[in-house]
Design a protein around this ligand. Structure first.
Ligand code: AP5
Length: 209
């Protein structure tokens, strides 16, 4: 099954994807994670996109589309995938239509106030991308990853100014995709406010239906 996760920044797409991939046994493909891994490894792509990610703007469509085309061509996508963070513009959605058939688009619904709370409290394990929240999902030892023990970090784009910009970008560039996919009968609206396990149950039930 080919699934797209759509929704505002911080709605819980990455958190849900980590749970859903275990249920469906398909890869989780996050364009944000791929960009961050390139930045961490100092690749040419990483150098090109570092400032863009820190500000909360979007990487140009042509760069992102080619990166996703290459990733979807890998063998592990044969029985499906969870696309998290792509498409984010109408042009990307049209390019994806040419690459493959999408079975379901899960649209996370969450208000701005909750988005800001989630993003400002988010912390990450840099080597694995494991996601925490200082209040709702804290590590066992404050500031350190449960499994590797490495110090947790805050993403550059989780600072207040970048969060506001990301919300504006979402409304202008990405929210129109809800109408795009609704027109194709592919949208599943999911209330993203409950705890992650509840969100997972709702998504699994909707996919089954
Ligand atoms: P990306 O990494 O995709 O960021 P995003 O879409 O803004 O989403 P986030 O990762 O911030 O949030 P999320 O919804 O995954 O929430 P999470 O599960 O972490 O993109 C980053 C950047 O890369 C973009 O700004 C852009 O520059 C570039 N980029 C990426 N894709 C691109 C594309 N297609 N085109 C162009 N540029 C692109 O959860 C957030 C917090 O909430 C965590 O602390 C978590 O613990 C907590 N939480 C999660 N779920 C719950 C819950 N149910 N209850 C309580 N707390 C919860």
């Amino acid at each position: 099954m080919n699934i797209v996760l759509l929704g505002p920044p911080g709605a819980g797409k990455g958190t849900l994807a980590a749970l859903l991939k275990k249920e469906l046994d398909v890869p989780h493909i996050s364009t944000g994670d791929i960009f961050r891994s390139n930045i961490k490894n100092g690749t040419e792509l990483g150098k090109k996109v570092q400032g863009i990610l820190a500000s909360g703007s979007l990487v140009p469509d042509e760069v992102t589309i080619e990166m996703v085309r290459a990733r979807l061509g890998e063998d592990d996508t044969a029985s499906g995938y969870i696309l998290d963070g792509f498409p984010r513009t109408i042009r990307q959605a049209e390019a994806l239509d040419e690459m493959d058939e999408i079975d379901a688009v899960i649209n996370f619904v969450l208000d701005d106030e909750e988005v800001v709370k989630r993003l400002s409290g988010r912390r990450l394990a840099p080597s694995t991308g494991r996601i925490y929240h200082i209040i709702t999902n804290p590590p066992k030892k404050e500031g350190f990853d449960d499994e590797t023990g490495e110090p947790l970090i805050q993403r550059d784009d989780d600072k207040p100014e970048a969060i506001r910009h990301r919300l504006d970008v979402y409304r202008e560039e990405t929210a129109p995709l809800i109408g795009y996919y609704r027109g194709k009968g592919r949208i599943i609206d999911i209330d993203a406010a409950p705890a992650p396990e509840e969100v997972l149950k709702a998504v699994l039930a909707a996919l089954k239906a």
